[in-house]
Design a protein around this ligand. Structure first.
Ligand code: PMP
Length: 422
């Protein structure tokens, strides 16, 4: 999959970044071992800068936003608005009004399904997704199809885990109203050509939503360069707290979308005869939002910005190459997902050891990985497997983590009597 020279260089070069000291949890032993945290696709650990930003908010600035005349409320509102501006710059969105805070990717996608899709789609309209989507980018569309009579179409994925462009092109037609695709597959690490797919979808008259859950922490995302209409991500996969994420939505679409939840903060005026709604993004943020989470997200974006996404991408690519080489060297281990363009995710199977058993043994060695279907059951069915073991990297991982992973897999093979010499 990768150029051999790069592979050789990456597997011998020292890691580019040394950041583990910024993440307090990484220094705690697990099961008496040094923790090798390789479950970053599920959630990332938090740097002190983020933990402190949340703590500082509660110690010094806590108040509800938008409603108070008192100083603290105005101060909290300013911090919340600044966090929105920070997300806007992070995604290079044209306006902060195009950033809606949500609980995460899942809520962002459901918002688009219910607010953009439900009032517009009618029987026979089509939604095009791919076979490698996370359940979060499948189920909201299935619900929408049930509600409207729209039809879900699925572009194929080949054995390497790459999107099959021929079926994508064939399924994209004049009935396609929306294309929803992942930027990076959480199960296999495949990077999809989102700008190219967006251009094709627009040419066919469809709008485009990108699921960026696995992309934002690993590559620079520019929604204007991609050209998409919606982009969803979760803060917790970007070193920020859980329960906060964002949806970028093109202003001219958001303006014509009705609210999807009603309550405080999203209204202009309320009367029993008629209620009018606030403009975006407030229209989509009913109730008290996760203020501290938004501030934590802004701190995470600052931290990532200080390290530099290009350096993070290069570092994780080195980890990916090293892990691919080291795991590929273990007899009886098969890497699942060998796309040409991959983010720092390696899914694999070990002969004779169920991924769950492997995960448990690795855990006893201090190596945290994920085992299972990775919320991508249709993809696993397509590949003919029940699940995989998955190691996913972040900026604070290093070669020692990969060495620990390899040693723990060899130990599992010893326990199962399946170890074969290299
Ligand atoms: N899409 C992808 C590709 C993901 O990896 C995830 C999380 N595993 C989600 C969507 C859902 O994210 P969240 O649970 O944070 O809403």
């Amino acid at each position: 999959m990768n150029d051999l020279t790069a592979l050789a260089e990456a597997t011998t070069a020292p890691p580019l970044l040394e950041l583990a000291a910024d993440f307090p949890i990484l220094s705690r032993p697990v099961n008496g071992r040094r923790l090798a945290y390789l479950d970053n696709g599920a959630t990332t650990q938090k740097p002190d800068a983020v933990i402190e930003a949340e703590r500082r908010f509660y110690r010094e600035s806590n108040a509800n936003i938008h409603r108070g005349v008192h100083w603290l409320s105005q101060h909290a509102t300013e911090l919340y608005d600044a966090a929105r501006a920070s997300v806007q710059r992070f995604l290079n969105a044209p306006s902060a009004d195009e950033i809606v805070f949500t609980r995460g990717t899942t809520e962002a996608i459901n918002l688009v399904a219910q607010s953009w899709g439900r009032p517009r789609l009618t029987a026979g309209d089509e939604i095009l997704i791919t076979h490698m989507e996370h359940h979060s980018n499948i189920v909201p569309w299935q619900l929408l199809c049930e509600q409207t009579g729209a039809v879900l179409k699925v572009a194929a994925v080949d054995d390497k885990g790459e999107l099959d462009l021929a079926t994508f092109n064939a399924l994209l037609g004049e009935r396609t109203r929306l294309v929803a695709i992942t930027h990076v597959s959480n199960a296999l690490g495949t990077i999809t050509p989102v700008a190219e797919l967006t251009a094709k979808a627009h040419a066919a008259g469809a709008i485009v939503l990108i699921d960026g859950a696995q992309a934002v922490a690993h590559t620079k995302v520019d929604v204007q360069a991609i050209g998409c209409d919606f982009y969803a991500f979760s803060g917790h996969k970007l070193y920020a707290p859980t329960g906060i994420g964002a949806l970028y939505g093109r202003a001219r679409l958001l303006q014509h979308m009705p609210p999807w939840q009603g309550g405080g903060d999203m209204i202009r005026t309320v009367a029993f005869e008629r209620t009018t709604f606030a403009p975006p993004p407030q229209r989509f943020e009913a109730g008290t939002p996760n203020i501290a989470g938004a501030i934590g997200l802004a701190a995470a974006i600052d931290y990532v910005g200080r390290v530099g996404l290009e350096r993070i991408a290069a570092h994780e690519h080195a980890l990916l190459l090293r892990a691919t080489a080291a795991l590929g060297d273990i007899p009886g281990l098969r890497i699942v997902g060998t796309a040409r363009h991959k983010a720092g995710i390696v899914s694999f199977l070990v002969d004779g050891i169920h991924p769950h058993d492997l995960g448990t043994i690795l855990d006893s060695e201090g190596v945290a990985i994920r085992a299972g279907h990775h919320c991508a059951m249709p993809l696993m069915a397509r590949l003919g497997i029940p699940g995989t073991a998955r190691a996913s990297f972040a900026m604070y991982n290093d070669f020692a983590d990969i060495d620990a992973l390899v040693a723990a897999i060899r130990k599992a093979q010893d326990m199962f009597g399946t170890r074969r010499p290299r």
